[in-house]
Design a protein around this ligand. Structure first.
Ligand code: ZN
Ligand code: ZN
Length: 326
């Protein structure tokens, strides 16, 4: 089994032969010598370059952008990137392909088929590791890739008036179960700060409170500051989305297959410091229309998740844990 430099060179040559001189993240073709190996998820152990199922070819530009970002942060930021990694990373571990597959949709199938029918002729590989003379990392190098603007990720959702409540958010395309749909953005604040900003005084309703989403035991996200379309997603007692923490961010994942045109919804599961009395529940009424509607946005911590949501949490959290452990 080759180690160190030899393993690096071997894996690099093998990837060039398998896929051609293409960056697995941006999908662009480069002179072979500017492409370096990148660990898709954090490297494990000393002989990391022997682990082909965690290595892809990357251009200098993508390498720089990725830096030390956790895998999911890097991939979730850009669906085009996920699609390329799926097409040019068919040798990657099952855990990685499992999280990519629902993100890339069926349109990649024909890309894979085309690649199988017409394997790319590898270009000659010049040397092994880049040396100082012609390193792609030197800006004046003829091999330095051109600077490009990050492509806009395709949008899987659309915001418009909802029959349920105010504006809602709807699936623009079919969305596969367990795929990340949208990040819930906003200002990261403590629970104390959230309570100071939006005190839950008796008699007051849910209007403002519903823009604050709990991230973990200490922190919450205030979507009134820097929030995106996720703050317009309505509550549902029979949700098709579930908020799941990914590092310091909250993402809404599909708990099942969602058809194009369906309104998106997640369980706000608001938890008050005070007891959830019938009066308190009435201050946060729900009219989501689900047959399982509990009549309120409040949910106590001990309350059981539906089997569908519980299963989605299990699958997604297992994937996150497997991919981001290092
Ligand atoms: Zn690239
Ligand atoms: Zn309801």
């Amino acid at each position: 089994m080759p180690t160190g430099r030899a393993a690096y060179a071997d894996t690099r040559v093998w990837l060039l032969k398998e896929y051609g001189p293409i960056c697995a993240y941006c999908g662009e073709t480069f002179p072979a010598k500017v492409l370096t190996l990148d660990h898709v998820t954090p490297r494990r152990g000393r002989s990391a370059y022997d682990r082909r199922d965690n290595l892809v070819l990357s251009c200098a530009d993508c390498n720089g952008r990725k830096a030390d970002k956790p895998f999911l942060t890097w991939i979730l930021a850009n669906k085009v990137r996920a699609r390329h990694l799926y097409v040019y990373g068919q040798h990657l571990s099952v855990g990685i392909l499992d999280i990519l597959r629902p993100m890339v949709g069926t349109e990649v199938d024909h890309l894979l088929e085309r690649r199988r029918r017409a394997p790319v002729e590898p270009r000659p590989v010049y040397g092994g590791l880049a040396d100082d003379e012609d390193s792609p990392y030197l800006e004046d190098s003829p091999y330095a890739p051109p600077r490009r603007a990050e492509p806009e990720p395709p949008v899987a959702y659309v915001q418009r008036a909802s029959p349920r409540h105010g504006d809602g958010v709807f699936a623009a395309v079919p969305i596969a179960a367990y795929s990340p749909v949208i990040e819930y953005t906003g200002e990261l604040i403590t629970h104390a700060e959230a309570e100071a900003r939006y005190p839950t005084v008796p008699g007051a309703g849910a209007a403002e409170h519903t823009f604050v989403l709990q991230l973990d035991e200490e922190r919450a996200i205030d979507a009134n500051v820097g929030g995106n379309a996720a703050r317009f997603i309505n509550h549902s007692c029979a949700p098709n989305l579930e908020p799941i923490r990914v590092g310091d961010a909250m993402w809404l994942f599909a708990v099942r297959d969602i058809a194009a045109g369906e309104e998106l919804g997640y369980d706000y599961a608001i938890e008050l410091d005070e007891r959830h009395t019938p009066a308190a529940k009435r201050r946060f009424p729900c009219a989501c229309g689900a047959t399982t509607c509990r009549g309120t946005l409040l949910r106590s911590k001990g309350a059981r998740l539906s089997p569908e949501v519980a299963e989605a949490r299990r699958v997604v959290e297992a994937r996150i844990a497997a991919l981001d452990e290092g």
